[in-house]
Design a protein around this ligand. Sequence first.
Ligand code: TLP
Length: 353
Amino acid sequence: MAFIKDGKRIVDLRSDTVTQPTPEMREAMFSAEVGDDVFGDDPTVNRLEAMAAERMGKEAALFVASGTMGNLVALLTHCQRGHEVILGDLAHTFINEAGGAAALGGIHPRPLKNQPDGTLLLSDIEVAIRAENVHYPRTRLICLENTHNSCFGTPLSVEYTQAVGELARSRGLKLHIDGARIFNAATALCVDVRELVAPADSIQFCLSKGLGAPVGSVLCGTREFIYEARRNRKIVGGGMRQAGVLAAAGIISLTKMVDRLADDHINARQLMHGIAAIPGLVAEPVHTNIAYFRFAPDVKMSESEFVKQLEQRSVRLLSLGPRRFRAVTHCWVDTNDIEVALGAMREVMHQVA
Ligand code: TLP
């Protein structure tokens, strides 16, 4: 599959959110049986939720509009106003979700330093958990992100997640996982996704990233938790009606798109390998489908000029902060596209060498 614009093939590495529904998804969306999901009447949504819960080893699931909504609804369900959530200072929920939990839920964020592998030190979490004291917010929840987007797409291990889960339980706290790319983590670690999420009270994963669906995420947890989450989804306006047209694509994501994620990881490694050999570019570690790289110190070109020059060669990626870039592989990019991207980068960097 390839993106074609004005007759030209585009290699779009800005994010795995740019993926479009596959022909099979479009077919399934076209013929999806639907009903009013707020009444619980949409058979396709119900089927997706049952499949997702089973896949995650949780009792129940809730289809939501986006990863951001999944995380927000999870936080609103675990926490009351004035509660505190411990999370990473580089967590998507802390940085990239418009402060929704604070803005709408009165939930106080307690960011701890993310280690380069996306973990939070257990000792840091221990220290951050508040004692009962009239001055303090009440610690209620710990959030992990797996894979960790800003920390090189690193997968968090089963052992680490279990350790955080045990710590949470021993202190009467809940654990939520932002598993936007949890299947990438399971693929990279060669483990069943159930093992990765077993220690968590809730997990949200995205259908609309590497799994290719056009819209949607699923939040999973106990039956009781999902019952409450459904109310909170309504509060944030996420009660969708004939959402089966969207869920139909999500079912294809779960049944057909998970096993191919390993290819995206191979392509990301191929990309990084190539970038490492281009004078002026410095590759960073790559673990899954997210590849970061930067300019070498002597490069004079601006980030925006680099992105523009690549765009002119039909290659898209993101400039993320000073002298640094991100390229994400996904199902609309193949090994040939990776070579095209590398060729374009070589050409652009050659001009400034
Ligand atoms: N990530 C997007 C951008 O928002 C940065 C991307 O291009 O990587 N959790 C994680 C770990 C994510 O990476 C994202 C999206 C979300 C949650 C939010 O998902 P959506 O975009 O569906 O709200």
